[in-house]
Design a binder for this molecule. Structure first.
Ligand code: AMP
Length: 232
């Protein structure tokens, strides 16, 4: 199964993608993590991407497309994957369609995580990320057991430079300007499901799991509870 998780920064896409990845045994591909790894290891792409990421701007399509292209053909992607943070623009979505077509594949589902701007700012300003494994925590909602230390690998937690309030606002502006077109694009294709993410994490996880199971079984999904689902 090939799924795209779409939505503003701070909607909880990464947390939900981790849960689905474990549950369905499919790879979680985060374009943000791949780019941060490239920056960290000072690859050619990383060096070029660094200044865009720090300013909260989108990295040029060409750089991010190359990274994704290399990633989706790896062995662990054979049984499917979740793309988290990619595509983010209409042109990236079209390139992805082409890439998949060449591989004889297509997207099965796009989940759009909708969330209020207030929640985004609250979530991102409290987010802490592991410098070693990239796991995310929240100082209030998902704290690590030991202050500043990752539960999974013992790495140090830090606040991403682009999670600082002024950069968060810029990322949201960029999101509204560039990414919202994608919602209409995938709606038209009939593969978009919308889930409201202002509820608590467990309820959202349950809704995501229901949507994915229904898609796997090719059943129509009935709208209920916290999830507003556009089955178009
Ligand atoms: P994220 O961790 O998904 O919030 O991404 C962090 C940053 O990486 C973004 O603010 C962008 O600078 C960059 N980035 C991640 N994914 C993409 C993408 N699909 N296109 C362009 N830039 C991206």
């Amino acid at each position: 199964m090939r799924v795209v998780f779409l939505g503003p920064p701070g909607a909880g896409k990464g947390t939900q993608a981790d849960a689905v990845s474990k549950d369905k045994k499919i790879s979680h591909i985060s374009s943000g993590n791949l780019l941060r790894e490239a920056v960290e290891s000072s690859t050619e792409t990383g060096i070029k991407a660094k200044c865009y990421i720090e300013k909260g701007l989108l990295v040029p399509d060409q750089l991010v497309v190359e990274i994704i292209k290399d990633r989706i053909v790896k062995e662990d992607c054979k049984s499917g994957y979740i793309l988290d943070g990619f595509p983010r623009t209409l042109s990236q979505a079209k390139v992805l369609d082409e890439m998949l077509k060449k591989l004889g594949n297509k997207l099965d589902l796009v989940i759009y995580f909708s969330v209020s701007e207030e929640s985004v700012v609250l979530r991102l300003s409290g987010r802490r990320t592991c410098a070693n494994c990239g796991a995310n925590y929240h100082i209030r909602y998902v704290p690590s057991s030991k202050d500043g230390i990752c539960d999974k690998c013992g790495g140090k937690l830090y606040q991403r430079a682009d999670d600082k309030p002024e950069t968060v606002l810029e990322r949201l502006r960029v999101y509204h300007e560039q990414t919202e077109d994608l919602i209409a694009y995938y709606k038209k294709k009939g593969i978009l499901k919308e889930i409201s993410c202002d509820a608590d994490i467990d309820a959202i996880t349950k809704e995501v799991s229901d949507v994915i199971n229904c898609t796997l079984q090719r059943k129509p999904l009935i709208s209920r509870g916290v999830a507003r689902v556009d089955s178009l």
